[in-house]
Each structure stands twice: as structure tokens, then as C-alpha cells.
Design a protein around this ligand. Structure first.
Ligand SMILES: *Cc1c(COP(=O)(O)O)cnc(C)c1O
Length: 415
């Protein structure tokens, strides 16, 4: 008998993942994933792998925070754990300057809403204890904005994105940390886009007590693995005192499987949930790659290639409004203004995976996650130029080539 719900084998094409994420997973990570043996989550080598991951992650992130480990899932899984300390009625200040910090604010409202507030609008609750400071799309959250809001509201918690991937803007975590320290606020940072790309150390920001990132961007470990998180002792004490309404995303309980028990490293993790040997092997390899390259070298590579891509798209007449180094966010040349979504769809239909912004105004986002070679950037530039021509735009080829080459040659000459 035939069953019409048995579909043909799923084939997913190879694309150029030139968006804000997911990034291109390293071949070594995929090999580690598929070559791991089948071993249960309490096998000695799996538990050892988790302990090694935890130690490598502390190095990658520059922290002595004991509670540094991975949360199974995606970026939002780690962020959910980070916000799990927020209790109904807690006063929170949220800094929002784009799509992702906007969702972070929704998460905070869902945690801080009282039962009555939740029942009013359960999918998008208003929470009177959450104050949202909106910074327009395309602008960064500055130290002045943060200082002013925290001095006025003196909340228990404050949160923002480090790198707001929606608009490609870097926010001031130094100013954030300083203001949180000054006013005794527990600072929380969405570091989903910055970890593994930007050269920063958690321990340089003592006002920030919770950090959450993801597997799929700078860590280049897409086969859904682990969202890195790190919490200070004060964060953990706060959670132990007032609780977290989650078993699976509980910062203290999940840490146990990574060999962190009662605030100390122990030799062997204890069961929290069934971890995958494949995922652990992949995460382990991704962290080894990151440490071997070194964050300073990797972040310099991003700067170098982002600069080349930026020069080339500017030579096409585009206006770049971002300052992150893993992607450029741009407006098309004047004669194509307003056709950003059409251009992105045109590119995506050809498996050239660039992205629009998800909040207004619609802009184009082109990313270079793990595409750090002159060949890759040149291919992106060529394909983007072709898409502009396909829409009827004019491009001075020689001028674009010269911008790209001189960006690369100047950099090479300076070495
Ligand atoms: C990508 C991203 C997220 C969401 O991560 P997922 O892996 O899709 O869950 C959250 N915050 C920021 C800043 C991001 O860039």
C-alpha cells in the first residue's frame, strides 16, 4: 500500500550563506558530528568532552565564571536561561535598537509580567515593571543613554544586545557594564552575534552578570548544538534566592551535567537531560578551532574582510549603515531605493543567501560568517553586483574591482 505522506528523501541545496547567520559550519565540525560514535550521555568520554568544552569556553570568553557552559538548542535557548532569573514584578530596563533586542524585551516581559498582566495578552504581555528604552533602527545604544536610564530607574536587571544583528549595530557594553556597576544593577547581555567574532573578555565587564550566545554565528557550530552562557556568582546567588521557573533552562540545574555542582567544578557531571554525543563532539571541535585561531586573529580577519566588502558595495553606490564586522547593512543606490526586498528575494532564489532587515526600514544584510577569504568576498561582490544589474541598476565594474583590490592591497602592503 502506498502512503502519500512518505515524501521523497529531502534534498537541501548548497547555498552561499552570506547572511547575518547561520554562518558556514566548518567541515571539521561536521566531520566531528558525523564521526562521533553512539555513546550515551553518561559515557565517560561524553562527560569528559563536556568538561573540556566548559574549560575551552571559559578561555574563548575570557572568564573565570564557574557557571560557563552550553545550553542545548539555539541562541534563544541560552537567552531563555539568562532571562529565567527574572521573576514576576521584577523591575527591568531593556534597551532595544532592533529585531533581536526587541525579542529580548518580549522575553523579559513574559518573565516579569504578573499573572494578571499575562492573562491580558499572553503572547505579548505588557509588564508594568519593565521599562523599554527604544533607540531608532540603525543607531547604537550609547553609554549616555544607558547611564541616564539606569540612574533614573535603578532597576534590579537591565539587558541589551552587544551586537544588534537586526541593524548591524554595535552597542556600548563598556558603558553598560560601568552604569550597571554604579547603580548595583544585574546587567544581562545578548552576545549571540559577537561571541567568536569580536575580541572581548567577559571579565573586563564586571557590571554584566549574565551572558548568552548561540552555536550558529561566530562559533560556526550549526548542527544544533549548544548556546554558550556564562553567569557570575552574584547572578547564581540571585537565582538561588528568588528562583527560576524552569527545570530545563535552570542555570544551576543545567550546569550540573557540565560538572558544575554547588558552585564548584567536579570531575564528572550528573544527569540533567540526555545530551548527544554527536553534538558534544561538534561543539568541542568548534571550540578547538576558535582557540587555535585565537580571538584576536579571528576578529582582525573579520575587520579586514568586512572592510573590503564595505568598500566594494560603497563603490556600487550603496550606503552602509552598520558597524559590525560580520556583516554589512546597506541601502541600495538611489535609483533602486525601495527595491531592497525584491533584490534580496532575487538573490535568494539563486541560492545566494543574503537577507533583508526584519524591522523597518527594509535594508539589505550581507554577512561573511566563516567566509574569511578574498575568494569568498570577491564571489559575494560579483554576485551582488550582478543582482543589481539584473534589477536594472548601473555598476561601474572597473571602479568596484578597484575599490575591492585596493582595500585588499593596502591591507597586504601594511602587513
Ligand atoms: C541570531 C540572534 C538571536 C537568535 O538566535 P537563534 O540561534 O536564532 O535562536 C538572538 N539575538 C541576536 C542578537 C541574534 O543575532
Amino acid at each position: 500500500m502506498s502512503n502519500e505522506n512518505i515524501f521523497p528523501k529531502l534534498e537541501i541545496p548548497q547555498t552561499i550563506a552570506a547572511g547575518p547567520g547561520p554562518g558556514n559550519t566548518d567541515a571539521r565540525v561536521l566531520a566531528a558530528f558525523s564521526n562521533a560514535g553512539l555513546a550515551d550521555h553518561m559515557h565517560a568520554d561524553v562527560l569528559r568532552g563536556m568538561i573540556e568544552c566548559k574549560k575551552m569556553l571559559r578561555d574563548v570568553w575570557g572568564t573565570s565564571n564557574i557557571h560557563t557552559f552550553g545550553v542545548a538548542g539555539t541562541g534563544w535557548s541560552g537567552l531563555d536561561m539568562m532571562f529565567s532569573g527574572v521573576q514576576p514584578g521584577d523591575k527591568v530596563v531593556m534597551f532595544v535598537n532592533g529585531t533581536f533586542s526587541g525579542i529580548d524585551a518580549l522575553s523579559a516581559r513574559m518573565k516579569a509580567a504578573t499573572a494578571e498582566e499575562m492573562a491580558q495578552n499572553s503572547l505579548n504581555p505588557e509588564a508594568s515593571s519593565v521599562i523599554t528604552i527604544n533607540v531608532p533602527h540603525g543607531q547604537s545604544v550609547s553609554g549616555d543613554i544607558i547611564e541616564k536610564a539606569l540612574s533614573e530607574h535603578k532597576p534590579k536587571w537591565a539587558a541589551m544586545a552587544h551586537w544588534e544583528t537586526g541593524s548591524g549595530r554595535i552597542n556600548d557594553i563598556e558603558g553598560f557594564s560601568a552604569a550597571c556597576e554604579k547603580y548595583g544593577v544585574l546587567g544581562l547581555v545578548d552576545a549571540v552575534s559577537s561571541l567568536g567574532v569580536s575580541n572581548f573578555r567577559i571579565d573586563d565587564y564586571p557590571g554584566i552578570h549574565g551572558w548568552a550566545s548561540c552555536p550558529q554565528k561566530g562559533i560556526c557550530c550549526l548542527p544544533v548544538t549548544y548556546a554558550p552562557v556564562s553567569f557570575s556568582d552574584r547572578f547564581i546567588e540571585t537565582v538561588l534566592a528568588s528562583g527560576a521557573r524552569s527545570f530545563v533552562h535552570h542555570p544551576v540545574m543545567e550546569a550540573r551535567h557540565w560538572g558544575i555542582v554547588e558552585g564548584k567544578d567536579v570531575e564528572k557531571g550528573t544527569y540533567h537531560r540526555t545530551h548527544s554525543a554527536y553534538a558534544i563532539a561538534a561543539f568541542h571541535e568548534a571550540l578547538r578551532i576558535t582557540l587555535a585561531q585565537g580571538l584576536a586573529a579571528r576578529s582582525a580577519e573579520y575587520e579586514y574582510h568586512e572592510n573590503a566588502l564595505r568598500s566594494a558595495v560603497e563603490a556600487m553606490g550603496c550606503e552602509v549603515t552598520s558597524n559590525m564586522t560580520s556583516l554589512v547593512v546597506l541601502n541600495l543606490p538611489k535609483d533602486l531605493a525601495g527595491r531592497e526586498m525584491e533584490l534580496v528575494q532575487h538573490c535568494r532564489a539563486q541560492n545566494f543567501g543574503i537577507w533583508p532587515t526584519l524591522s523597518e526600514p527594509v535594508q539589505v544584510r550581507i554577512g561573511i560568517l566563516n567566509l574569511l577569504t578574498r575568494e569568498s568576498v570577491t564571489e559575494i561582490v560579483d554576485r551582488f553586483a550582478q543582482a543589481i544589474r539584473d534589477l536594472g541598476g548601473n555598476i561601474d565594474d572597473a571602479f568596484v574591482k578597484e575599490a575591492l583590490n585596493s582595500s585588499y592591497n593596502v591591507a597586504v602592503a601594511a602587513e
